[in-house]
Every structure is written in C-alpha cells, then in structure tokens.
Design a protein around this ligand. Sequence first.
Ligand code: SF4
Length: 388
Amino acid sequence: MKEAVAGELAAAYHSRLVDEVRAAGFRHQKGRLTLHLAREFGFCYGVDRAVDYAYQAVARFPGRNVFLTGEIIHNPHVNDRLRAGGIHFLSDPAERARALGPDDVVILPAFGITVQEMLRLTDLGCTLVDTTCGSVLNVWKNVVRYAQDGYTAVIHGKVKHEETRATASQALKYPNGRYIVVLDRDEAAIVCDYIRHGGDRGAFFARFGQAVSPGFDPDTDLQRIGCANQTTMLMSESLEIGEMFAAAMRDRYGADHVAEHFRAFDTICSATQERQDAVETLLDQQPVDLMIVVGGYNSSNTCNLARICAVRVRTYHIADPACLLSADRIRHRPVGAPSTAQAPEVFSENWLPQGRPVVVGLTAGASTPNNIVGQVIETLERFTAAPA
Ligand code: SF4
C-alpha cells in the first residue's frame, strides 16, 4: 500500500528546487539573492509517517468514511489536501455531531490523543489508524512509569496543545497519577519556589488551576516529581527547567536524597533537536540579512525555531509563500507568542533590502512540506530578480 500512495505523496509535497538547493550544499544563488537553507528542515520522520498513513488509509478502505480526530499535523496546506482527498475532520464544525460506528475509520494524529478519547473510539468499534509518533510514545512510557512509581509528572509544554493534553492524560492511568504543566522558566520558577518554601495555595491554583490533574495538592504532590516535556519545545529551555527542578529538590531534601524525589529523562525528539541545532549552525556560519521561518502558526516547533532565530537576526515567521506580498511588504506572525495563543498576523514594510545583494536564511518547521519551502524560494527569487 505504501508504494501505491508514494506517487501521490511525491506529487503533493515534493519540490525539485529544494532537492537542487540541498544538492548544492544548502546554498542557492540567483540574481541578487543568496539563500542559505538550514541543513535540517521541514517534514520530520513522525510527520512523514503520519501523512503517509493517512493517504494509505484512504486507499486501504475504499467506500468507508475516513476521519481524522483533528489536524493530523499543524500545517494548513497538508490538512486542506487531506480534506480534498476525502478525509473528514472531526474538529470541523460540520463534522462535530457525527455519530461514529464500526464502519468508520479514524486516523489518530502524530501527536496522539488522550486516553479518554482513545477509549471512546475503541468502545465505538471504529477502525483506528494510529499515527502517534514513536517519540511521543516514548514520553508517554516514562510518564506512565512516573505515575506507577508515585512521581508527579512535571510536563514542560503548552497546556492546550494536543500532545501535552494527551501526555498528561497518560499520568492518570494509575489512581495516584498526578501531573502539572509548566509553560516556561517563569512558571517553573514559581513551582520550584513552592517546592522549596511552600506557599500560598490560592495563588498557586490561580496560576496553575487549569494545568494540574484533578485533586492536585501542591503540598503533597510536589514531593516526588519526574520531568517530561512536549517533544517540540525549545530544547535548551527544557534542559534548564529540568535543572531548576533538580536544584529545588536538592535544596528541599538535600543532595543525598535527590534520587528519591526527582527523575528526568530526555524527551525532546531528535528531529526537533536537529532542526534547532541546524538553524543555530546556519546562523553561526553565515551572516544573513534576515531569516525566514516557514510553518503553521499553531506549530509549536516552528514557533520555537522562529524564537531561536529572532534572538540573533531579524526574523519573519510566515505560514506560506502567499505571506510574501511583495518585495516591500510581508505578512507574518509576531515571534514569541506561544503556538497555542491567538497572535494576529502583522504586516512589515521594507523587509527585503533593495538595490544590493541580499542574503536570506531559510528554515521550515517539522510539519512544513518541501513544496511550500520550494515556493518560498521561488518567490524570493522573483523579488530579487532585478540586478543590484
Ligand atoms: S516533531 Fe518529533 S515527536 Fe513530533 S512528529 Fe516529528 S519526530 Fe515525532
């Protein structure tokens, strides 16, 4: 079946231009434009597999309704193509009231679904096509182990993100399972402070009421913790947060007893890490006028790539080539807002240097297909066609 859909996938998502840039050492020169492409960018192994399985599901179950629980990945173009291919999205308003049954096929996304959703679909007798990424399953395995051993999972993630919701639900597989989600260093510091000194329960719940498991008690449930994270977070921040919690436990219980109170393991997926490392390397090695980061605005890993770049150079996070309105005007998402937050697009003028050679750095999130990356390069070529 894989072979049967390979041609369709290539036609939908392949880019000859991107292949050429890759073959030329990730450097592309045309007219005034010199473009440096990050050495790791775009579709990761988990997304590749999920999209492949979705196409295979349509081919394997002809005549049956095929559903997705929601977006398969956070890229509007990929999702729209799947809709056009006949897959129904249960998250779409018109599909929400659908009564599912044994004749229906349901595809589960790369970032997984909650334990409760899984039970519901299984009870309904649906045929499930599970594309949950192995890296996400690895996190779940560790979170379940924490729960089993009486450790509260401290998840570095976005509380509304599908993956984090699914990961948190794993902690509740055991009666004493607990979790708390921390978004960033600031939130981690508040929880660490509570571990060291205790604190105001009211203030704690005002901040974390939506981010903890039912019945959570900060006075008892923060005595033994295990760190985990949404796989697409900023790796450096996840590591730092792990260190912060280890230090809090050392202060509270003494260095000799840390192991009884604190566990951690590496849960940033290698694809996320490679894309973050590659963009740092690009910026270390190539002076660029600006960076363009391409990917869905609700894509966590894309937003984090943009954050990394913006610290070092003027950066535009765009969803697709249509955001490049002209050589003078660009539509983009402000860098810094979490991927789960509504952040309206903004317009910037004079974004592309005129009348001289221009050097652009380019990367794309793990859910961005190569054809979109290729179209961005073509648009940049057009805007820089005039000689310097
Ligand atoms: S970003 Fe990582 S965890 Fe998410 S689908 Fe890709 S490989 Fe899997």
